[in-house]
Design a protein around this ligand. Structure first.
Ligand SMILES: [Zn+2]
Ligand SMILES: [Zn+2]
Length: 314
C-alpha cells in the first residue's frame, strides 16, 4: 500500500498522513505555545489552557505517528500484524484503530532508535491527563503544572522535528513552516522563563523546609514538601499526596528497585520498591535512596510520614 492509499485510523485521516500532517502538527504547536507563552488579560484562561493542552497533545500524536507512518504505515495501527486484513472498504469507512501515543513512543524507540527519555515519556502521558487538573485545582497551580509539562514536551518535540522530520521535508514545505517554527522557539523561551520565575518566587517559601523537600514525582521540580502532620504537598504543581502515596510515587520514579531477600524458591522473585517500615512511626513510608533539598547529591533514608531523614535499617 502506498501512502496515498493509507487508511484513515481513529483521529488520523488519510490526508493528515501526508506531508501536511507535519504542517498540521506545527500549527497545533504554534497555537499551544501562543496560549501558554502570551496569555491575554481578558481571555477565559481556564478554557484557553484546556485548548493549549488539547493542541499540544494533538501535535504530539500527529508528529510522532507521522514518523512511524513514513517508516511503515502499519506501525500506526494498533495491531500492525493485522495490516493485511485491512481492505479498501475498511479504509473507506475508517474501520480500524490506530495505536495510542504511548505505543507510538515505544515503537519509535524500538524500530527507529528515537531517543525519548523517561521524563519526556512521563510528561507526554501526564499532559494527556492534565485536563483533569484544570477542573480540580486552582488556576494558578494548574497553569504552573501545565507550563512545566509543556516545556518538557515542547523541548522534546522541537528536537524531534529537527532530527527526524524537518531534514526530509521538501524546501517549499519547509519554508511554509519556517515562521511558525521561529514563533515556537521564542515562545518556548518565554515558557521556560515562567517556569523559572515561579521557582524563584517559591524560593523563600521552600527555604525553611529544605530538610523535608524532595523532587516532585509529578512535575519534577524540587518542590514536594513532606509534612509530619498531613499530606505531602507540591508547591509547584497541584499535587497533594498522603505519605504512603508519596513514598510509592517517589520510589517508583527515582529509586532503583531492589532484589528481594534470598529464598530457596526455584524461581526468582520480582524486584521490589525500596520502601521499609519507619522505626519511629512504624508506617511503611521509609524510602531508602531519597535525596532532600538540603543535601543534594547524597541519598538518605527518608520517612514521608515523619517528614524526616532516618538512619538506614540494618
Ligand atoms: Zn509537583
Ligand atoms: Zn516515620
Amino acid at each position: 500500500m502506498t501512502p496515498d492509499e493509507t487508511p484513515s485510523a481513529d483521529s488520523l485521516s488519510a490526508r493528515e498522513m501526508e506531508w501536511t500532517a507535519v504542517e498540521n502538527g506545527i500549527d497545533y504547536l504554534d497555537d499551544a505555545v501562543r496560549i501558554l507563552a502570551y496569555p491575554s488579560a481578558e481571555s477565559d484562561r481556564r478554557r484557553e489552557l484546556k485548548y493549549a493542552v488539547l493542541h499540544l497533545h494533538a501535535a504530539t500524536e500527529v508528529l510522532l505517528k507521522y514518523r512511524l507512518f513514513r517508516e511503515n504505515w502499519a506501525l500506526v495501527l494498533q495491531k500492525p500484524a493485522a495490516a493485511q486484513e485491512i481492505t479498501a472498504r475498511h479504509v473507506e469507512i475508517g474501520d480500524f484503530v490506530s495505536c495510542s501515543v504511548d505505543t507510538a513512543i515505544g515503537r519509535l524507540r524500538r524500530e527507529l532508535q528515537v531517543a525519548i527519555s523517561k521524563e519526556e515519556r512521563d510528561q507526554i502521558a501526564a499532559l494527556g491527563k492534565s485536563r483533569n487538573a484544570l477542573q480540580h485545582y486552582g488556576l494558578v497551580q494548574a497553569e504552573a503544572a501545565i507550563e512545566a509539562m509543556a516545556a518538557v514536551v515542547l523541548e522534546f518535540l522541537n528536537r524531534f522535528l529537527d532530527d527526524h522530520l524537518l531534514p526530509d521535508l521538501p524546501p517549499p514545505e519547509r519554508n511554509r513552516v519556517g515562521d511558525a517554527l521561529g514563533r515556537i522557539q521564542s515562545g518556548l523561551g518565554q515558557i521556560r522563563f515562567y517556569v523559572e520565575k515561579r521557582l524563584k518566587d517559591l524560593h523563600a517559601q521552600l527555604e525553611p523546609h529544605k530538610e523535608r523537600t524532595v523532587v516532585c514525582p509529578v512535575c519534577r521540580q524540587w518542590t514536594l514538601v513532606a509534612h509530619p502532620e498531613g499530606p505531602a504537598r507540591c508547591l509547584f504543581c497541584p499535587m497533594t499526596m498522603n505519605p504512603e502515596q508519596a513514598a510509592w510515587l517517589y520510589s517508583a520514579e527515582f529509586v532503583p528497585y531492589r532484589s528481594p531477600p534470598p529464598t530457596s524458591d526455584l524461581f526468582s522473585q520480582p524486584l521490589q520498591p525500596a520502601i521499609d517500615s519507619c522505626s519511629t512511626c512504624r508506617s511503611k513510608t521509609l524510602v531508602q535512596g531519597t535525596v532532600v533539598s538540603a543535601g543534594k547529591g547524597r541519598s538518605i533514608s527518608f520517612c514521608f510520614s515523619c517528614a524526616a531523614g532516618r538512619i538506614p535499617l540494618p
